[in-house]
Ligand binder design. Structure first.
Ligand SMILES: O=C1C[C@@H](O)[C@H](O)[C@@H](O)C1=O
Ligand SMILES: [Co+2]
Length: 306
């Protein structure tokens, strides 16, 4: 294997998302990459696991393909519409989602509230993010607490994903969400790329909410592209196509500090490389290999320190 771990940090598992090969929000991107191709690239690059992409088959088929390559599943994204559809409808869909994840022996269900989201719309993501009303906050908090209890029934942790262009994006919104939700059932997904592109302060969120983090997305940001996207009022998916995100070590986020602080918090669980780019411009295996080399250096640096 090209990227076997020389050293490791106990309790931390490294994964990579299929989003660098194929993007569920833009199915035309990388459609030529078969499941076998994507999973084999992940294994060749030296990763232990992945998240489930929308193009992945049902668990019975997927499990064999994963096992053949020694890969595990960390979790999968779930778009909740609690404000728009109400708890009962969302919970029914979430139960089906959790059952599939449990069949894959996954650890987390990634939830993001998409009511009023501009994530997939042709509206400037930096100008049109929604803001929830007081009533909407009540509904969201109550619904997430209950969905978190559902996740537990399936042996999973609900990890909430703050995201550009949604009602939970900024540091203030994350603070409120963490203060108002039940720490036993609602956990935090720490996605460095979205936090940086929103508020540019990834370490403060980590310092404030490190104890709630149960899942991590390592996504780097190209500072010049971020500035250009803001200036041109680009929609989210146009920002992705222009290359706002990349693998850790290739952008401007200080992952040495991030990784140290996560470790100081005693973080245990998955760290998933999630660098959505146009695969025609950023060769997915090349970037996966770069990412793995970089995180191996991070791990080595941490081990040398202690
Ligand atoms: O976790 C994620 C899943 C994607 O669907 C999303 O758009 C991406 O930006 C992300 O962070
Ligand atoms: Co993410």
């Amino acid at each position: 294997m090209a990227g076997g771990l020389a050293v490791s940090v106990e309790g931390i598992r490294w994964g990579i998302s299929p989003i660098g090969w194929r993007n569920d929000d833009m199915p035309e991107l990388g459609a030529e990459h078969s499941l076998g191709h994507v999973l084999s690239d992940m294994a060749v690059a030296g990763f232990e696991g992945t998240e489930v992409g929308g193009f992945f088959p049902e668990p019975e088929v997927l499990r064999r393909e994963l096992e053949l390559r020694g890969l595990d599943v960390a979790g999968q994204w779930f778009s909740s519409y609690l404000l728009q559809d109400g708890f009962e409808r969302v919970d029914a869909a979430f139960r089906r989602h959790c059952a599939r994840l449990a069949a894959l022996r996954a650890d987390v269900a990634v939830v993001s509230e998409q009511t009023h989201s501009v994530q997939g719309l042709k509206l400037g993501v930096f100008d049109h993010k929604p803001k929830f009303t007081a009533d909407e906050w009540d509904t969201l908090v109550n619904g997430l607490n209950r969905l978190g209890a559902t996740a537990k029934e399936y042996g999973l942790m609900l990890v909430y994903h703050p995201h550009l262009g949604t009602g939970i994006q900024t540091r203030d919104e994350i603070d409120t969400l963490m203060r108002r939700t039940d720490p036993e059932t609602v956990h935090l997904l720490y996605d460095t790329g979205h936090l940086f592109a929103s508020d540019e302060d990834v370490l403060t969120v980590l310092a404030l909410h490190g104890a709630r983090i149960r899942h991590v997305h390592f996504k780097d940001v190209r500072r010049d592209v971020l500035a250009a996207c803001r200036k041109k009022h680009h929609p989210f998916l146009k920002c992705v196509l222009d290359g706002i995100f990349t693998v850790p070590g290739d952008g401007c986020i200080d992952f040495v500090q991030v990784f140290r602080k996560l470790h100081d918090f005693g973080y245990q669980g998955w760290i998933v490389i999630e660098a959505e780019q146009d695969p025609a411009r950023a060769h997915p295996l090349e970037y996966a290999l770069r990412a793995k080399r970089y995180v191996d250096e991070l791990v080595k640096g941490l081990c040398d320190r202690s």
